[in-house]
Design a protein around this ligand. Sequence first.
Ligand code: GLN
Length: 546
Amino acid sequence: MANTKYVFVTGGVSSSLGKGIIAASLAKLLQARGYRVTIQKLDPYINVDPGTLNPYEHGECYVTDDGAETDLDLGHYERFLNTPTSQANNVTTGRIYQSVIEKERRGEFLGKTVQVVPHITNEIKERIQILGKSGNYDIVITEIGGTVGDIESLPYIEAVRQLKWELGDNNALVIHLTLIPYLSAAGELKTKPTQHSVKTLMESGIKADILVCRTEHKLSDDLRRKLALFCNVKQEAVIESIDASTIYDVPNLMLEEGLDTVVLTQLVLRDDNTPDLENWNNFLKRHKNPKYEITVGLIGKYVELQDSYKSILEAFIHAGAENEVKVNVVSIHSEFIDDETIEKKIAHLDGILVAPGFGERGIEGKIKAVRFARENKLPFFGICLGMQMAVIEYSRNVLGLKGACSVEVDENTLDPVIDIMEEQKSITDMGGTMRLGAWDCELIGESKVFEAYGESLISERHRHRYEYNNKYKDQLEAAGLRTTGINPKTGLVEIIEIPDHPWFVGVQYHPEYKSTVANPHPLFIAFVKAAVAYSKRSKSAKVSQG
Ligand code: GLN
């Protein structure tokens, strides 16, 4: 197809309506009809990327193959579409300004006053079109973060207005996602906030083409007609988005509402081919009809906000469906794990995952949890910091290096079994300077990980500054903590395992970022299997004791 088509998704009335899920669901439907689609997120904050944000602010920081630290919505895009995203898929105001200011310093605007319009808006338009101009996509969906009317969003809205005008109505459209609140006292759904938000958009010169209405109750025909009339859209362009029990239902709900058809019609694209959602629906069937149930503990320190561990929770959903098992994930705050509480918090679980993280808060609780899992043969999965905690635990309690620690936590530790990476030592900037993105890892010998992956050269995504200290490798190996994965170029240890434990695996990388509906991650699948086996063993032990 010659020219790429653009779909913009804006949000109104309230934040957290799920623009990312709507964008991903639409993309899924278009992809299922054979179109090449990608999704981009524009974030109106001034951080150059979300890498420097605490997970409590916007949830998890998602990492792409090319090492971009991005908004968690990119995780949804990859999980739905099963195609990788990149730096170009997430742009913040900080990055836009950084690049315009760099150009100004280089003299690219010599003689001109650099202004929000046209310089910032031009930069935004360029960033939107980079993906389209790559020739890799028929349709680019761009999600504008924030809510219409926010001061921060104005340059983005203006850029969308200009692009829509330049590209023409057949090549670009705007979907506005709003909320239709239900007033229980009146027993009524209310359209007024939506009318106002569409008007706000109009004040910036943009007419919404499609309304996607988040609602707890079904929209009647009357209400749809009213919305269409007062918001100036076709009636078939009023799309109901009713609360769903799982985000993975949303593509089908959007299909029933005809969102993809309305989009294709306006963009003058073929819509007579039916979307092929067979694999997607097979996944849903397995997800909704589990044959067994397990409970695993997610041990971390950002547990108050579920979004902090979004990709891990989703990876459990994918792996659960693959195994036809319902995986209940209970969040356990590592700060509250101590000798008195540990038994009560962990003993009843079928496995634990010790989460990634930064800084010293909650570290000792994680180490205690690892010890419990190791000693009680409870399936253990350590990711990034979780893997580092497993190395510390083994060093302290098996090797007898009582003061073993990570340099991140104790700079003066006598036994820095987790040390700062050589190339990190001279770095002082915090943003974008970790070991990031996809790196190869070679699996060594027979191991649980080789069993899971079924191949010996893998590539996984990273986000860390500290590493397993190879000076302790011989001792740790001799004491039974095997290295089963190594970066072939740098010799950095990527994976550790305890061979005489039913399933004890720690990985320095983040497998959760690569788990998708179409490709559940092999390590999550294997961990869930191990937890099922553990659960069955402990149940039959109880029966025989009883
Ligand atoms: N804080 C650790 C490091 O920087 C682990 C990072 C993580 O868990 N993502 O190495």
